[in-house]
Write a protein that binds this ligand. Structure first.
Ligand SMILES: C[S@@+](CC[C@H](N)C(=O)[O-])C[C@H]1O[C@@H](n2cnc3c(N)ncnc32)[C@H](O)[C@@H]1O
Length: 369
């Protein structure tokens, strides 16, 4: 037991026992809710390449009936969000989100390899009629770690510089909230040591770092107490990126949209940009590894995995979105890895002069218009 406990990354046997106890409670709950794994229906192969397959059907069928145990290196996905304002792809009510997610969490645990990663892009949600936020995506994270034993390897935030200010009522009309511009991206793992290398995802050095590398740096202690040694001026080929991923989601005229328009197919309304799966696939998998997107949508994860030489599977319920996704494989898949802007900047807040006497705080916190 000691060997298993430390292989799974638990600090002590009592931590491991607590985890087993929670897992038993989860198993009991799922036994009581009687997940009928035969009720998930069949999967249909809609499109296949040498490396991967798009399946039409419920991904629970893939996760519980179809895939082998521990056969997936990376689950890279963006599930339907628990938005209060429902979108055409069928969002679940934020409050019921965790219950809805449980059978997926069980399946993820089963199909993921011990050194694999689960990456979930999940947008936040405002409570209906209130300038306050739902906790559903934090509850999801806590549930995945506490009930299913996943480790939070590192949270990431995807900043979309092109996101419009919303919700307009609180941001533009009553002026009591600011623009919501990030999605949370939970990077989870089965052990604390999923395979990874940040050397695969380096960013170009900034101008100041380049000049420092050229002209040298005098080792000194920073006021914060950090000892900036001479090692700081070693050129490592690029900068380790932060966990804030600046990726504009502006693709509105690409080959995918042209294909959908030409073939009268609905364009998927909630796509993530190619760079998001590219970052995690490069960071966390090797060529030949298996990447799964159980909420495949327009199959951008599959396209990027294909371009990077990984095996992949995308599972999607909607035949309409699959028709569009197949279009991604009609042309040059490597185009998914090109055409990105290198630098985004964000202006510092509080940089404009303001006469506070002339700008009172909004009365009653904006309770009335
Ligand atoms: C947020 S979208 C994913 C978009 C995708 N990342 C992209 O960039 O195109 C979520 C998708 O999950 C699909 N979906 C929801 N429940 C599903 C299930 N049980 N099995 C398979 N797909 C499902 C929805 O039809 C929707 O297309």
């Amino acid at each position: 037991m000691e060997a298993r406990s430390s292989a799974l990354g638990f600090k002590s046997i009592s931590d491991y026992l607590r985890h087993l106890h929670r897992a038993a409670a989860v198993a009991e709950r799922s036994r009581v809710s009687q997940i009928d794994i035969n009720s998930y229906g069949d999967l249909f192969e809609s499109h296949a390449t040498d490396l991967g397959t798009i399946y039409q059907g419920n991904s629970l069928a893939y996760l519980h009936n179809y895939a082998e145990d521990e056969s997936v290196n990376l689950i890279m996905t963006s599930p339907p969000f628990g938005l209060v304002r429902k979108k055409s792809y069928g969002n679940e009510d934020a409050d019921a989100y965790c219950d809805w997610f449980r059978p997926f969490a069980e399946g993820f645990k089963r199909v993921l390899k011990d050194d694999g990663s689960l990456v979930i892009d999940v947008g936040g949600a405002w409570k209906s009629g209130s300038p306050t936020r739902s906790l559903y995506h934090y509850k999801l994270l806590v549930m995945l770690c506490e009930e299913y034993g996943f480790h939070l390897a590192q949270e990431h935030y995807w900043w979309n510089p092109s996101k419009l200010p919303s919700p307009a009522e609180w941001v533009n009309v009553r002026r009591v909230r600011v623009k919501d511009a990030i999605n949370c991206v939970w990077w989870l793992s089965k052990t604390p040591f999923p395979k990874a290398s940040n050397k695969r995802i380096l960013a170009p050095y900034s101008d100041s770092m380049r000049s420092l590398l050229k002209n040298g740096y005098k080792a000194k202690m920073r006021p914060s107490g950090h000892d900036i040694s001479t090692k700081f001026s070693i050129d490592n080929g690029g900068a380790v990126p932060p966990n804030l991923l600046a990726i504009a989601n502006t693709e509105s005229n690409g080959a995918y949209q042209d294909y959908c328009r030409d073939n009268e197919i609905d364009i998927h309304p909630a796509r993530f940009p190619a760079l998001l799966p590219e970052y995690f696939i490069r960071f966390l998998t090797d060529p030949g590894d298996m990447v799964l997107d159980p909420f495949g949508g327009s199959c951008i994860t599959g396209m990027v995995a294909e371009a990077l030489g990984r095996q992949w599977a995308c599972v999607e319920l909607s035949s309409e979105y699959i028709r569009g996704g197949i279009g991604r494989f009609q042309g040059d898949v490597e185009s998914a890895l090109r055409g990105r802007q290198a630098v985004y900047s964000i202006n510092t807040p509080c940089a404009l002069p303001v006469n506070e006497a002339e700008v009172p705080l909004v009365a009653n916190g904006g309770a009335e218009r």
